[in-house]
Design a protein around this ligand. Sequence first.
Ligand SMILES: [Zn+2]
Length: 251
Amino acid sequence: MIDADHTPWPDVAAAHRRGAGLAVLPVGAHEQHGPHLPLGTDTATAVEVARRLAERLDAVLLPPVHYGATWGTSGWPGTLSLSAATVTAIVVDLGRALAASGAGGLVVVNGDWGNRAPLLVAAQQLMEEGVLPVVTLDHPGMAEAIDEVRESAPAAPGLAHAEEVETSIMLRLAPDDVHPDRYEACYPVFPSHFGTAPMPLHPFSPSGVFGDPALATAEKGERLLAATVEGCLAVLDDFVAGVLAGRAEAR
Ligand SMILES: [Zn+2]
């Protein structure tokens, strides 16, 4: 594994030429995560998953995109959201630059729900233009791990924000950034069409918590992260094989 931000260019160039030559890009967010978790929670999670993936894939770990398309949480001070078009443009530009650098493929590790659509648009554009193979990973495997690990009820199906899940992950990654003395639970009443129409989230939870962080532990956080990395690797099996086959053909 090569951490590109801490490596001279000839070593990165050699890594791009080796094997599948994958580059792993974490895309996070700068977004409110309740009164007890840092704004960089999603970035920290994406970086950790990306780092572990890069190690397992002998890939180049890229520095993260620290901002994301987080329109829904922009009603809380501190959240700094990019437009969806900006997220798409960043990843398209980086994909082109990586192809020019000789990388064999791009693995995007997405840390925030709001980035999903713009990242898919970027991947499609890079594919259509024949720039390089791209896959976007939205923490595959984590939902199943959450079902096994979480002891508190979710605020809504599929929703994990600043509650037991995310607090557990941050207790594992950056315990000094977690403030247990500020834990509070919030179970809002959502309208029936929640999740199907864009809506700002701040009217539903003054604190920014959705669920209950009280039962979070670092051990749960490690189980969630480990399961996510395995989920990513399972998704990547055929992608990596395809990149290797394409490179062999091109030589
Ligand atoms: Zn988050």
